[in-house]
Each structure stands twice: as structure tokens, then as C-alpha cells.
Design a protein around this ligand. Sequence first.
Ligand code: UD1
Length: 346
Amino acid sequence: MKKKILVAGGTGYIGSHTTVELQQAGYDVLIIDDLSNSNIEVLDGIERITGIRPEFVQLDLKDKEGTRKALQEHPGVEGVILFAASKAVGESVQQPLKYYRNNITTLINILELMPEFNMKGIVFSSSCTVYGQPDPENLPVTENAPIKPATSPYGNTKQINEEIIRDTIHAGAPFKSIILRYFNPIGAHPTAEIGELPNGVPQNLIPYLVQTAIGIRKELSVFGDDYNTPDGSCIRDYINVVDLAKAHVVAMNRMLENKSDDKMEIFNLGTGRGVSVLELVNTFEKATGVKVPHKIVGRREGDIEQVWANPEKANNVLGWKAEESLEDTLKSAWNWQLKLRERGIQ
Ligand code: UD1
């Protein structure tokens, strides 16, 4: 019998790629998503890749009774991967209560329901944002680097979520947990059947960059060239979304197969390589042959100067490693944008 996994937020960007990897690894998937920031057609994309349509319930996970009912009607879920959350840093500053309500209520509901349904493990999507700007001696960042005060309500929800999980496990919850701290996920599935679909004007670098390359946006603004980095622009660790998705499968398998005695584990998911904004623009232009009009503007408020991962713990303990090159990853983002145009979407 195939094991069934609940992918909460499974029609979103990382959730859809993870659903594909789970199915290809032999798991059944139940997606619960309220479609507040994603599209029902994502299910078609998933099905075109794997030949399997995941079970789907459209539901806001803040609705605990509704979630309980969905789990009763779709029995047999053994583990949950929680993506469903609001994730725009700027919006979280404007609407903090939306972020606290969405991101915290959803986690509490799921943690409360897990024992009722005998679920054995939860994978939680966290973020490198919990490290803030690490001190120079802590770069690249390991999981032991200090947690810095959050600079946005969004970042704070990730810290609070991690603490809620820690306290729940500490209190003897009958399940395991793995917290994955993502660096900057980018790119799309190599088939270009699924990818990132930002609403409105993109806030993140890659969606804005590809929309500029295809002519939807006039030019990309590079936020600052006066940082203390080799070319003055900010440095991040850009990780391929399919690589990232695969880490979730390994993490889930680790809990369901009892491969570790630890009830809570934390892993950084990155490539280990820091890349500047300007380097990224150059690499995109070389990899695709397409020019990206760009100009340097002032710094973006709240931006971190430089952060990249030390992924050794994930490499050695999980046996997972980011494999895709930055060039291929950027090409996949471009192919996805071309596909969106072909379909008349963006
Ligand atoms: C941040 C958080 C991340 C969070 C994400 C959600 C950190 C280190 N990272 O990512 O945890 O999940 O927001 O949105 O806090 N840039 C431009 N021009 C643009 C857009 C971005 O130059 O139009 C630059 C930014 O200054 C930054 C880099 O590109 O240096 C990446 O930005 P973005 O894609 O927004 O991600 P982060 O801010 O790193």
C-alpha cells in the first residue's frame, strides 16, 4: 500500500513541485489548499508530469473542523508537509494580523489534528530569514548560528512556528518533526508544466527578472550596489525548486521509516554558494542569451546584505544535496515564463 501524505498548500510554488516528487517516489498525495495564492490548474500540470491526479480539497486550513472533515473523508494520511502560509515580507509589515492569524492558526490546527489521525511526522517549511544578517564568522550559515530578532511579521511567524513545534515535541507529542530552513528557491520543473505564478507585480527577484526579460516589465531594479560585497549587490543562496522538493521526500521518508531517534531535527537547504544579484543577472543572460534591462537603484528596506548556507548537515545526515547548476535552474525559470506566454497567462 502506498503511504499517503497531506501536502498543505500543495498547489503553491514549492508545494506543487514537492507533490510531483512525492508521487514519483511512490507516495499518494492529498492536497489541501484554499487557492488564495494559487490556481486549480496547477493540478493539471502535476497530472501531466506524473500521470496521477492528487486528491484535492479546497479549504482554508484555519478552519479546524473543515480540516478534520477533510481528513475523515480522505483517510490514511501518515504525514504532513506544511507549506500553506502567507509569504510576502512587505505585505506582512502592512497587515501583521493577517500573517499571525494565517501562519500560526494553521500550524496549531495541524499539530492538534495529527494525533487524532495517527500522523507520524510533520515537515515544516521555514526560512533562512530566522538567521537575519549572520555575523561574518557565521557565514556560510550552519543550523547552529544564532536566531536573530525578526525584521518582519512574516519572519516572526517562521520563528514562532519553529518554537511552537519545539514546545509541542518537548511536551511529548506522538509524532516527529523536521524543520527545513530554505534559502532562496528559484526555477521551475524541467517540463515547464509547473512553476512560480506570482500575483500582480512580483516582489521576488527571479519572477521580476524573467518578466523583464520577456518584456512585461520595462527594467529590473537592482536594489543597491553599495553593500560590503565584491560587486556591491546583495548575496543569496539560490536553490533549484526541484532539488528543494526532493529534500522534503527524504525528510518525510526519514520520519516514517524511523531513520533517526530525534523527534525534532532542523536542516538548512541551500547550495552552499553565495551569488550576488548582478552575478545572477549575468548568469541568466549567458545561460539564455536573453538580455535583462536593469538599473541600479537604492537599497530595499529590510534587505539582508549577504547570507548563504552551509548545507553539510543536510548533505551528510539526510543524504541530500542540491544538484542542479544555476545556469540550468535559470533556464528552467525562463522556459516556464515562455510557457506562460504561450498559454496567454503572463
Ligand atoms: C526574503 C527572505 C526569505 C523569504 C522571502 C519571501 C531573507 C534573507 N530572505 O528573500 O526568507 O522567504 O523573502 O519573499 O530574509 N532584488 C532586486 N530587485 C528586485 C527584487 C529583488 O535587486 O526587484 C534583490 C534583493 O535585494 C535581494 C535578492 O534580489 O538581494 C533576492 O530578493 P528576493 O527574491 O525578494 O528574496 P529575499 O529578499 O532574499
